[in-house]
Every structure is written in C-alpha cells, then in structure tokens.
Write a protein that binds this ligand. Sequence first.
Ligand code: ATP
Length: 269
Amino acid sequence: MSVFQMEKTVDITTLPQVETIAIEAKSISVYYRKKHGIYKVSLRFSANHVTALIGPSGCGKTTLLRSLNRMNDEVEGCIVSGSILFSGVNINAPSINVFELRKRIGMVFQEPNVFAKSVYQNVAFGPIRHGVKDKHRLAEIVEESLQMAALWDEVKDKLHSSALTLSGGQQQRLCIARAIALQPEILLLDEPTSSLDPISTGKLEQLIGELKKNYTIIFVTHDMQQAARISDYTAFFHMGKLIESGRTKELFTNPKDERTERFISGRFG
Ligand SMILES: Nc1ncnc2c1ncn2[C@@H]1O[C@H](COP(=O)(O)OP(=O)(O)OP(=O)(O)O)[C@@H](O)[C@H]1O
C-alpha cells in the first residue's frame, strides 16, 4: 500500500469539536494582606463560551475574575501567586504591559460606571487612548460597538447627550460597548445585572448570548437561574476554593460535590 493511502477513511464532520482554551488560571492564590481571598484555583476557560462563577458571598468569585486581567494590582496589599496563561504567556509576569493586557481582556463592573461625558465620548475614550486619531474610524468604532451592545437604536439620536441621562440598563450596555470598542478577546463581567430591572436584565442576558460568537465571556452571578440560563460552563466556589466546574447542565443536574448540591438547591449561601 502506498504511504499516501490510508487504511480507513475518517469522516471529519462527525468528530467532536475541540474547544480552544482562551485563558487558564493555574494554581492562583490571592491574599489581601494576611487574609486569603482564593486558594490554589486552577481553571480553564473555553474560547467563545460563557462561563459563570457562582458561590456564596465572600467565596472569591470577584477575586478570581479580577485576577484574570490584573485588576488586583490596584488593590493595596493584595498579593497574587500562581500563573494566568493567556496567548501563551503568564500575564502575572512583571514584564507584562497591563494597559495593553486590559485592552485584550476587558472588564465591566457591577455598577454601571459611565463617565460624565457624552455617549459618544464614553465609547471613543478607549480607542483614543490607544492611539486611534482618525475621526471617521472613531465614528465607525462607536457605531459598531453600540450596535454590538444592542444599544445603537436607543441612542443613535442622542450620541452627544450625557451618558448620565441613560437608564441603568442602558448605562450597563454602554459600559459593555465601551469594553467592546477596544476589540478585546475576553470580557469579564462582575454581576452585570445586579442593579438592573427584569426587562434590562433580560436584554443583557440576550446580549451575552449574542456576544459569545465573538468573545469569551466570564461572569460572576448570584443568580443561580441566570447561570443556568446563559452559561455554557459553571464553576462553583466555596470559602476561597474551587469546588467543582464543568458543563452548566451537568453541574446543575448532577453535581459531584455535596457542597455544590446544597448550594444549587438553595440549602446554603
Ligand atoms: N479589597 C479587599 N481587602 C480585603 N479583603 C478583601 C478585599 N476584597 C475581597 N476581600 C476578601 O476576600 C474574600 C473573597 O472576596 P470576593 O469579593 O472575591 O468574594 P465574592 O465571592 O465575589 O463575594 P460577593 O459574592 O459577596 O461579591 C472575602 O473574604 C473578602 O472579604
């Protein structure tokens, strides 16, 4: 048989898709002075999927989220050990340019923190800081980002009004547009709907489902049903430790650890 002939043909359309890992935490521990935030957390995040971080208050969800783009650098007395692998490098290395890193791994906080500037300026701010000068290009970026954040139709006639005149739900989507304007690869969302009414929450959840086509999304939530509705993967934390993680459906229907089972059934937390 020639070396070019194969014994059996494999139908590649039937092979399972291999998911790419967008970012990986390896044995991450975080101390706030002498107090533990999280302890030896290792977790891989699949690209173009939504991962929910869940667990009782104070279990370390936000601490892990903030580790993923070096936000803990801003907290005085905070020490991080372990590595975060992103694009083949450990982003905890001192040589990493944090300004550039946060362009690629954007973050949206619990409370919408729009600037007291116009809608347009809020979105254009990041690209301008990163060197975009051309006015036409900036206008394109602003429109594209607002479109992707499902806000364009609501604000296209008031781009030059203050962002503070928008509703809470609109402001939160503006924060997402602001992060998207930098064309990040990963979006970190810390309880993005906690200050929103049910209608705005529904819109934002729908938006997250759309955005995963282009971005890897990692979000913290206190709402079990929300995690079950919109995430592909879930990671459950307890007292600073990762207890278990896996496909959301699997974790919610067949939790392996008794603490996960008690938490998702509302028996603690
Ligand atoms: N800036 C800080 N200084 C000191 N301790 C902190 C700080 N931030 C968090 N911690 C502590 O680290 C632990 C983990 O907190 P973290 O905010 O990550 O938990 P969480 O699961 O996100 O909580 P929540 O659901 O209430 O927001 C807690 O014990 C908390 O008190």
